[in-house]
Design a binder for this molecule. Structure first.
Ligand SMILES: [Zn+2]
Length: 187
């Protein structure tokens, strides 16, 4: 069994896989709900997996032959299995309310540079919000993209001229949760 905190931290990492990583083709294909997942690719492309979940539904897709045989060059989990997973999830969740993953007490959110895993600065091109066990948050700001510390979670909303004028709604939602939690802790 995983602790609630560990599960939340791992889910947050796996959300980044879908939002920014090897699972990102699911977003391009039109699956927009908060989701977490991971690709799997075997040596010589003999098996391809995608395992992913939303709070109330988990699904895994495996592509391969019964025999130990390659399914084809370049057939990664993202190319071979992810499209099937994405289409299934779109169909299975159609018309259902949006569910978000909770962040339990004992964890905290930080804006992280997706390239270095360090605290994000305003110069980081690709920023993601990650959940950490309290006390295990990174403390050093990104050294690959030097700049002023990014502290989006302290402000109400991105200014219209920042972020290309298009606020990331999911980001805002997570920031609101982080703020609500900070209040709880302050009281
Ligand atoms: Zn950076």
């Amino acid at each position: 069994m995983l602790s609630e905190e560990t599960a939340a931290v791992v889910t947050s990492m796996l959300q980044s896989v879908i939002d920014h990583g090897t699972g990102a083709p699911a977003r391009l294909r039109g699956f927009t709900l908060p989701a977490a997942g991971k690709t799997g690719t075997m040596d010589d492309y003999m098996d391809a997996w995608f395992e992913g979940y939303i709070p109330s539904l988990a699904a895994g897709v495996w592509v391969g032959f019964d025999q130990k045989k390659t399914i084809g060059p370049g057939m990664t989990g993202a190319r071979a299995a992810l499209p099937t997973w994405t289409d299934f999830m779109i169909g299975a969740t159609r018309g259902r309310p949006v569910e978000d993953f909770g962040s339990p007490l004992g964890t905290s959110n930080r804006d992280i540079c997706a390239e270095t895993g360090m605290l994000a600065t305003e110069a980081c091109p690709n920023v993601t919000t990650e959940i950490f066990d309290e006390g295990s948050e990174p403390t050093e700001y990104c050294t690959a993209h030097p700049g002023r510390p990014l502290q989006t979670y302290r402000r109400a909303a991105p200014m219209p001229d920042e972020d290309g004028g298009k606020p990331d709604l999911r980001q805002l939602d997570r920031n609101d949760r982080a703020r609500a939690k900070e209040k709880i802790h302050t009281w």
